[in-house]
Design a protein around this ligand. Sequence first.
Ligand code: 5AD
Ligand code: SF4
Length: 442
Amino acid sequence: MITTIKSNINFFIKTFGCQMNEADSEKLKALLIHNGFNYSDNFNDADIIIMNTCSVREKAEKTAFQYLNQFRSHKRDNPEKIIAFGGCIGQEKKKELLKKFPGLDLVFGTESLLKVPSLLEEIRKKRRRIYDTEWDKENRIINENIPWVKNGKITGFVPISRGCNNFCSYCIVPFTRGEEKNRPFISVMEDVEDAVRNGIREITLLGQNVNSYYDGDKSFRDLVGALNKIDGLKRIRFMTSHPRDLSEEDIQMMNKCAKVCEHFHLPLQSASNRILELMNRGYTLEEYDKKIRYIKRLKPHTIVTTDIIIGFPGETEKDFEDTLNYVKKTEFDSAFTFMYSKRPNTKASELEDTVPESVKKRRLQDVIDLQEKISRCINEKYLDKKENVLVEGICKNEKLKLFGKTRTGKAVIFSGSDELVGQEVDLKIINTGPHTLAGEII
Ligand code: 5AD
Ligand code: SF4
């Protein structure tokens, strides 16, 4: 993998969007470092500025273009710099971006990650502009093992599948990331073993729908069961579970594996069956609720987080009230709440956007306020409790200088020695807020 050493060439990566994009940026960073490039966390010092973009909502797209313009104006004074633009917007808009944005050198798509170092080399040597947004239509598996880099990080993302076959009516992902492809079982195992050798103690398995993972006769449950046996790995998380595909057997298996943390991310989107149907989600509220109750019945302290979309076309006040009431009743630990955003190519983009902007804003604020209250109450229950925390690093706060997470994913700050980074410690929780807890070592 290592080509010539280009030790005086710096690159910077700006990442937008979801965990999958964060994972891709980490992989790209490792790949470039293995190829002799140097990482810089400041674009002013970088010879190559890379953007890894998101198009799931229009706002994310607008933000990416604002950054692109900022980087292009920086390039006017530094014309030798290379600007690369990849990820979901790169895939969606392809070569059109090169026409529209002079100064942009490379557009790469969601399946082009491994090619980026050689594409950058070609640009550096030949000073030509390139786009690479081809998808491999033949293969339904992906091979992407890039050696990890030892960088002091304790937690890492491990994609197990890419793309999505679900075509939820509002969602652009099946168009920007293509059909679902799984990574071979053995390749995920080797990747995680390598991660552990490089200091990673907690992995989050990523996929748009982790429960539909398979490789031959191996399922998601088999994969998690095998990962659970890897020495040195302390914790396993996973996201996202699709409420249609998460089975009772899956829930039982997650509970059986000691390293799997007590957390399910189960996007609800709406609590109105009419809206769920229009969204093409493939489950009813009753089916969703049954799974939550099963999770809580098997291990009551397991937390469930969710995603909610407000203002989907045709959402009435009654539909919204149903969602609000369900959020109140279910008491999610946290919820990512989004205002519906019309996306190109999607089925929902053909529907009339009936909810006025002001109503969407009010509904969004109502659900945010409610969730904030619930999260605060849930976190207050942690007060004086004993929690096992994996220490992830050192924060800027002088007194409480370590940070980590409980098994349920709550961020905790506390004081202790630097040597604890990477270890699990038992803490007593001494203070709580809606987003962070404070603790002390027992
Ligand atoms: N508008 C608003 N939110 C969306 N999401 C996906 N597509 C859209 C859209 N068009 C949200 C969903 C999904 C999360 C990752 O992003 O809630 O679960
Ligand atoms: Fe989008 Fe639905 Fe696939 Fe999630 S499951 S990525 S919301 S199409």
